[in-house]
Write a protein that binds this ligand. Sequence first.
Ligand SMILES: [Zn+2]
Ligand SMILES: [Zn+2]
Length: 340
Amino acid sequence: MKAAVLTAPGKIEIQDVKKPEIKGNELLVKLKFCGICTLEQRLYSGSRKMFYPLIMGHEAAGEVVEVGKDVLSDITPGTRVALDLIIRCHACYYCRVGMSNRCLNRSLSNKVLGGFGEYIAIHYAQAFPIPDSLSYEEAAFAEPVACCIHSLKKINFTMAEDLLIIGAGPMGLLHLQVALCMGGRVFISEPDERRRKMAEKMGAFLTIDPDRENVSEVLKKHTEGRGADACIITSPAPGVLDMGIRSIGKGGRINIYTSYNNKPSIPVDANKLHHDELIISGSEGRTELDFQQAVRLLSFGKINVKPLISKLTSFSTIDSGMNSALSEDTYRVLLDLEAE
Ligand SMILES: [Zn+2]
Ligand SMILES: [Zn+2]
């Protein structure tokens, strides 16, 4: 089968690799679309390294073509599925306490990612059936939506609260839509005008240009002087965490959703944390419950990811697709695994 294989930083080769054979508890899935996420961009640029050769891709959807003899679900060949491409052992400490996104065994095997190939063999629990009303392109967003659900749960985001999202890239906009589903009022700080416009179209209550306005003052103005109840940081820009801390009220919670290339230390007034009972947390990945809820929100039509599909790429154009994905001008670029 054909696969886009990362052989070194910046080097993707289209190779003919062995089509996977399934074990009894596995499904063979013919992949249709896979999103190019920050992880793939970092692996491609070399700022993050795993191993080589590597078939990247973790935001995938496809059609089941073969079902192992021990599969305990009603999935049959032809079932359309979104794929949760992470190993969860279900036996380590973190899996057992409900934090399977932190599974200690998730990277023990070389069976990671794998969405940039024509086929993939996965455990049947990693496949989430989708309705015919949801396209494969849209289903490829189940993973990032699930990560946003996880992020908002992390700060106990609750109905009728005010949320500040810093950054209106694809993850900021998906957080926006999930927060609206949860009954929130959403403010967005974003310096790029086009991205602010998109956030407004998607239902943000107010967008703020942090280069021209004082974000914490704007928040206070709209909340009787309190500030936001919660804040999500989706941008690694220096200084925005401090801005978030200044923009939340007493009892406010902040989640650091973004990852960083370096190891920045955070500016925080410990006495303010104490007095105002603030909570600062981080989140990465999603549990199977988050993934299930993401697939359902997408299936119900509660989240519209179509405006976030900026471009489709193919095996033959993967380098330009990766470069488009790295560009500020795109939201998500998807690899079409059936195109030449
Ligand atoms: Zn992702
Ligand atoms: Zn585990």
